[in-house]
Design a protein around this ligand. Sequence first.
Ligand code: ZN
Length: 248
Amino acid sequence: MTDDFVPKDAAATETAAIVTEVNDEGVVLDRTVFYSRGGGQPGDTGVFEWDGGSVAVTDTYRRAGVVLHVVDGVPPAEGTQITARIDWERRHTLMRTHTALHVLTAVIFRDFGAKVTGGNMEPGRARMDFELDSISVEFGKQVEERLNTALAQEHEVSVQFMPRSDALADADLIRTKVNLIPEAVDPIRVIEIGDIDKQADGGTHVANTREVGSVRVVKTESKGKANKRMRIELSSGTEPSTAPSSAG
Ligand SMILES: [Zn+2]
């Protein structure tokens, strides 16, 4: 089983690792800092380097619990000692995007009582669907203003591992359907953004909402009854408050 650093340390950008398996789908390592796609967040990209070679990693995903790194080129052979390094700029932009989405869902629930029905993100842009009866350009502007106000309040973002029984009894987590998480998952990973949002979540986030910068609502559209879509885009880069580091 791969020792996965991502859940505990979103700022780990590289690690020494050993190739434990190479198959048709990808490369398996004994340890990794690559995020495997899930929860609307794309898998990491980056590079593997070893004595006498290197190859680009174009995607990371999980199948039956195994983290598979997809490479573009000749993979390192089983047993090779490598350095595995993510594309930190892309990942940090995804972290900003992911945190922005959590704050967006919190603002819309707090001020309009609407829950999320779905969503997706790519670096710097995302869409999210809400159980809203109507949506308009004016509504989008209003949400944009409230979202940016919340981000500018510099809320700390924390990662906790909560015993499943505690998570199931937590009022904030009940709202985000924590009971639908498979029973085998214990403890449950929880992302808390100041006092404005708390969700069970497997993704990577920035350490403080100021790192997100400002966000624009670029489109609002109807996707049917009680299903309205909002598209957001991030402004250009911000400095990470946590410096990227090596894992372990
Ligand atoms: Zn999330």
